[in-house]
Write a protein of this length. Structure first.
Length: 232
């Protein structure tokens, strides 16, 4: 496990969580044992024990009283982190797919002031992933390129680091999964300096069984991305 090399920086984690009682405890333990302190979980009205499991780890747990979606949860967590004086904000998943080992690589370019945002990319390194995911993710990359004019290697990766300045500039209006393309759109529109950083996303039986997983769900996100572009 790589320890936090930036102990003197105010790094805040915003972790959206929906029905992740099985994984949230382990994710939080790993972050804490690597020396990361300011952790905010946003429980989006989970039906299971996500809230209690997160609370047990002694981190801040915010709760939505209805399920509002991952985009809305990020907004809640980021607003809170900014109010608490965050210098850097990391958005990190609660289902165990993101690796703590990738944090120094993600944080470095922002902390050194080279860019204001780093976006994790699972396509800059050879990554094992199910074919259905590869096809859908590449579909989003294509939609983002054709409809938004932004050419990234990965379009829907929840692993990001934002400087305080970038976090203040980026407005997330989409409550659900479309927020990922909206964030990229905001970065480009507001000319925020960014860089993609290779990360490994872990695909496990657990991650595949739940979540945005369904093919239909992913197609819906793609459709909404296109529609958003057509009406804006
Ligand atoms: N707050 C909140 N979090 C959510 C919601 N849906 C998903 N999440 C969280 O957002 C993160 C990513 O969601 P996933 O469903 O795993 O999406 P993904 O990783 O892009 O897609 P997969 O490849 O299917 O895992 C996880 O930490 C989820 O717990 C939601 O409605 N509200
Ligand atoms: Mg996931």
């Amino acid at each position: 496990m790589r320890k936090n090399p930036y102990k003197n920086k105010r790094i805040f984690f915003v972790i959206p969580a929906f029905n992740e009682e099985k994984s949230i405890g382990r994710v939080l333990k790993e972050l804490k044992s690597a020396g990361y302190k300011n952790i905010i979980v946003v429980d989006d009205c989970s039906k299971d024990n996500t809230y209690d499991e997160a609370k047990k780890q002694g981190v801040v747990v915010l709760k939505h009283i209805i399920n509002r979606g991952q985009g809305a949860a990020l907004r809640t967590g980021m607003d809170y982190a900014l109010r608490k004086g965050a210098e850097y904000i990391v958005t990190f998943d609660s289902d165990g797919q993101h690796r703590v080992e990738d944090l120094p690589g993600m944080l470095g370019p922002v902390i050194r002031g080279e860019v204001d945002v780093t976006l994790g990319s699972r396509f800059l390194r050879k990554t094992k992933m199910p074919l259905s995911r590869r096809v859908l993710l590449k579909g989003s990359v294509l939609v983002q390129w054709l409809f938004y004019g932004v050419r990234l290697s990965d379009a829907h990766n929840g692993y990001r680091v934002l400087s305080r300045r970038a976090a203040k500039q980026i407005k997330i209006g989409s409550d659900r999964m479309e927020h990922a393309s909206e964030i990229v759109e905001e970065i480009v529109k507001k000319k925020i300096r960014y860089k993609e950083v290779p990360v490994i996303i872990k695909y496990t039986g657990y991650s595949m069984r739940k979540g945005a997983g369904s093919f239909l769900g992913a197609l819906k996100v793609l459709f909404k991305m296109v529609m958003r572009r057509l009406v804006h």
